[in-house]
Design a protein around this ligand. Structure first.
Ligand SMILES: [Zn+2]
Length: 98
């Protein structure tokens, strides 16, 4: 998650205000990888407004978080993003914010 580099907590919280911001970010990263559905192995899809992908052939819909660390998180993707940010940020970065 290169975007997290050199960001402080305020910048990070501004970038990811809601769960949809996080899903959009995940979808952008996944768009760079050749796509294939895990269930049907089809490759053609449409991206929906919630950043999930729908297969053009069998209309199976896959969440943006499928095959990521954030799949099935119980407390929301944004909170999971913040946990990752805290774990990947050196303590020194927090001292700059305070
Ligand atoms: Zn399909």
């Amino acid at each position: 998650m290169y975007i997290f580099k050199s960001q402080n907590l305020l910048e990070f919280s501004y970038r990811f205000k809601v769960d949809e911001d996080c899903k959009e970010y995940i979808a952008l990263l996944k768009a760079k990888i050749p796509f294939k559905y895990t269930r049907c192995n089809h490759r053609d899809c449409q991206t929906r407004t919630d950043f999930s992908r729908q297969c053009n052939i069998c209309i199976y819909t896959e969440s943006a978080t499928v095959e990521t660390l954030f799949r099935k998180v119980k407390y929301g993707v944004r909170k999971a993003f913040f946990i990752c940010f805290e774990m990947s940020t050196p303590q020194k970065a927090y001292q700059q914010v305070i």
